[in-house]
Design a protein around this ligand. Structure first.
Ligand code: ADP
Ligand code: MG
Ligand code: MG
Length: 250
């Protein structure tokens, strides 16, 4: 059984079809990279998997752990282990990172009918994970993402991901706006979360990220479909030859 199976997915916004018969199979333990030009539908796919409202699915299906993902609300999907790291993390003044993380974690535990973490248990856990990501404790006490650099925001997303321990992590252009040092820290954090039970979908425009996060499978998306899938050498081919070669093929 695959962890995630997307079959002949046609979806979009209102009357505009963005995904045009997309197929994707992701097994537990695998890291998949999705590459493709701007506007090919990469973010749309990640939003539809995570359950962001506003999209219309006309045909096709998505199975997650053999269950119909499209029939679930977004919070139910999160409770089942789907996590989407945001391309542009939001700033929330007045809510500390610590309180935000605690609320996210307890919401997930509540949806799973698990007991909330006690304050000491939560603090112990969050400090452990923050330390592993080189996040100073002072940062956790500041307003969520307020005044954070691009790298710090992305690191916060990884911190949240590490705490929630999802089975499917979707990282949409986590590399955008990061300098090399920040990229390396974020990539190290992601690599530390690789495990046989967990799969990752890494969406990126550039091959550079894949120097740090080595994918098992690379997909090329264009015009709402996966046009080609292969090993990591496909990313090199793309860098050398560009996306244009995939535009016509279907
Ligand atoms: P990518 O992430 O690969 O750059 P997107 O999924 O963001 O691509 O967008 C795919 C296509 O859907 C683009 O042509 C874009 O213009 C269109 N699109 C995205 N969001 C909307 C929206 N809110 N309303 C209408 N069209 C949209
Ligand atoms: Mg995008
Ligand atoms: Mg498209």
């Amino acid at each position: 059984m695959a962890l995630l199976e997307v079959r002949d997915l046609h979806a979009g916004i209102e009357d505009c079809e963005i995904l045009r018969g997309l197929d994707l199979t992701v097994n537990a333990g695998e890291v998949h990279a999705i590459m493709g030009p701007n506007g090919s539908g990469k973010s749309t796919l990640s939003h539809i998997i995570s359950g962001k409202p506003g999209y219309r699915v006309s045909t096709g299906r998505i199975l997650f752990k053999d269950e119909d993902l499209l029939a679930m609300e977004a919070d139910e999907r999160a409770a089942k282990g789907v996590f989407l790291a945001f391309q542009y993390p939001v700033e929330i003044p007045g809510v500390t990172t610590m309180n935000f993380l605690r609320a996210a974690l307890n919401a997930q535990r509540g949806a799973r009918a698990q007991k909330e973490f006690s304050t000491p248990d939560f603090l112990k856990r969050v400090r452990e994970v923050a330390k592993s990501l080189n996040i100073p404790e002072g940062v956790l006490k500041r307003g969520l993402n307020v005044g954070f650099s691009g790298g710090e925001k992305k690191r916060n997303e990884i911190l949240q991901m590490a705490l929630l321990e999802p089975s499917l992590c979707i990282l949409d252009e986590i590399d955008s706006g990061l300098d090399i040092d920040a990229l390396r820290i974020v990539a190290d954090g992601i690599n530390a979360l690789r495990s046989p039970e967990r799969a990752m979908i890494v969406i990126t425009h550039y091959r550079r990220l894949l120097d740090y996060i080595e994918p098992d499978v690379v997909h090329v998306m264009s015009k709402g479909q996966v046009r080609k899938s292969g090993g990591k050498e496909l990313a090199l081919e793309l860098e050398a030859r560009g996306y244009a070669q995939f535009e016509g093929a279907a």
